[in-house]
Design a protein around this ligand. Sequence first.
Ligand SMILES: [Zn+2]
Length: 218
Amino acid sequence: MQKMRETGGVVRVDAAGNIFARREGRERGLAPVLVGSHVDTVPEGGNFDGVLGALAAVEVLRGAGATRRGIEAVVWACEEATFAGASLNGSRAEVGRMGAEELQVVWRGMTKAEAIRRIGGRPEELESARIQPGAYHAYVELHIEQGGRLEKAGVPIGVVEGIVGVDRYEVVVRGEANHAGTTPMAERKDALVAAAQVTLAVREIVMSEPGEQVGTVG
Ligand SMILES: [Zn+2]
């Protein structure tokens, strides 16, 4: 936020805890362009995930010169991190995809409402975070490529043509603890053996047909 203020941008935290910084354009009536990303990241997922796009947005505010449309930089809150298994937390509120019941979910000893309040949001006004159609002319996000393909191909930058849609499932495998040395093989109910089969099955199913789909078990 300090870096945003240094550009002369007008900084605000919306009800969902997302940070916005606005710089007016020459023509005030025109919808601004939204530019940004997130600043949280996946542990071991690379240093520049999100941060590159967030800093780039600040740099655009600072260095773009006079523009016809206003420019707004955004940092989406809790994008990669999951809150009780749900990610894209800040941006989902912007499109009305975070219901009031989700605010009461508890994770690491606090409700989502408390977490949003802690970062400066106003969970009781969550509806106000919703971006109305036409509010922005466009949204631009610079992001590192996380598949490593551009680097392999020696191409410095690319345009996104598709984006991963993620489904998550939690599977509980129940076995039976018993004496390791004396239980006959036929009587064993080893949860890890079943879990290993499930893990391999996910890989086999994903690879059984051509396409870009991926699957993993963590
Ligand atoms: Zn990211």
